[in-house]
Design a protein around this ligand. Structure first.
Ligand code: ZN
Length: 201
């Protein structure tokens, strides 16, 4: 093992940063050095913001979103379309849909996908709370906005079965050709899905 050239506090900072998505050990080291160089301007405000967020944040008991308000800001927003419930795998997907202003509906965050190989079954996801919300009424459409992965699609199938007979309309995203995408550059899965989801013109 390489001999450490920095003190244990900095080594720990680098190790923690390296666990963030998109940061490997090299980028983590660079990020740590940038923080150390800008101690007053960056490191201390960041440490304070992280401590404050960690204290204030909680999981929304209604939808599973993460926010500093409970229920979350989206669940409290009465301007949202109440009849449409968009089901996503995790909070990152919710953020992506919000960034794209893709829907004005409400959300339900599953907290993952079914993955028998990783030991993740229905009880590990927020599925019971979803069927509960649908049973309570006031929902006319459930949009399954899962990723186009095997696990995502398996999860969508499972939820569709669970909602059978509930009277709500269950829909899925059409995984089609991206805007500006040339067919030649699409992967086979996308191309097949685009063909299957074809519509009359
Ligand atoms: Zn919520």
């Amino acid at each position: 093992m390489a001999r450490s050239v920095v003190g244990p506090e900095i080594e720990r900072l680098i190790q923690l940063l390296a666990r963030l998505p998109g940061l490997g050990p090299r980028s983590a080291r660079r990020a740590a050095l940038a923080l150390l160089k800008k101690k007053e301007a960056l490191m201390q405000p960041l440490a304070k913001a992280m401590a404050e967020a960690a204290t204030a944040v909680s999981v929304c008991p209604v939808c599973g979103n993460v926010d500093t308000q409970s229920p979350c800001t989206i669940c409290r927003d009465e301007g949202r379309e109440q009849l449409v419930l968009v089901v996503v795998e995790d909070v990152g997907d919710l953020c992506a849909l919000e960034r794209a202003s893709a829907t004005r509906g409400r959300y339900h965050v599953l907290g993952g996908v079914l993955s028998p190989l990783d030991g993740i079954g229905p009880d590990d996801l927020n599925i019971t709370s979803l069927t509960g919300r649908v049973r309570e009424g006031g929902v006319s459409e459930v949009v399954l906005a899962m990723n186009a992965t095997v696990e995502g699609q398996t999860t969508a199938h499972y939820i569709t079965d669970q909602l059978a007979g509930s009277g709500v309309r269950v829909t899925r995203l059409a995984h089609g050709v991206p805007v500006g995408g040339e067919l030649d550059y699409l992967d086979d899965g996308t191309l097949t899905a685009a063909l299957k989801a074809r519509r009359a013109v």
